[in-house]
Design a binder for this molecule. Sequence first.
Ligand SMILES: [Zn+2]
Length: 242
Amino acid sequence: MDTLVYMEQLKTHRLFYKTKYFVLGLIPLLCLCNCNTQVREDEYLVYTKAEKKYFMEALFYNGKTTKWNSTSLTFSIEGKFTPSQIEFIMNSLEFISALKGLPKFERVESNAKIRIHMPGSDKGFESSNSSDEKWRGFTTSKLGFLSRELILSEIFVKPTLTDLEVYTTLHHELLHALGLSGHPKSKFPFSSALGVRYFYTLEPEISPEIPEIDCKALMFLYNKKIPVKVAQTDVSILLGIK
Ligand SMILES: [Zn+2]
């Protein structure tokens, strides 16, 4: 299994990965089901140049894609989220569920595939990650060692944030939990939940609807013709990027 850790630093917003390989144990029955998938390239040339560039910066972890290989996913909301924050999570996941190709989400009390936590205190939050630095949130995801299929994602949100900070952090971490692993750094003509502009938004409030570019990136990733594991170079060819 491969464990990713995304941590959102309050000021510099860097991404950290921790990778652990376990040779023995859960090695899923691979990606053979997807190997014969034929993708018609011309279906993927409808994006603007900026959108394609965004995909190339958002979709990959160590040069390959990852995603859930399931049409339904369970999630749990744990810890001290307020009722309005819980409502925001529910509405955000309902919005994402409605996107073409995305899994349907079902809330459960335990053993969820996506676990969204808000520890009781900042101390509890900081002890949940291995860094001394201050973070707004982070996501740890486990992948199948060879299949790269997502197996479990856990989101942690710092408890002493404003509602707005909780909401932008939740959107950002939910995208990581669904497989958008990158932090696009280029200047884009749109705001995205993985980018700094959205993360530090000056808007008075944000809607549960994630930004349009992130909807497109998720629908691209979750298109049934895209295997779980695709190399960055193959996606660039698919998108017609030189
Ligand atoms: Zn991040």
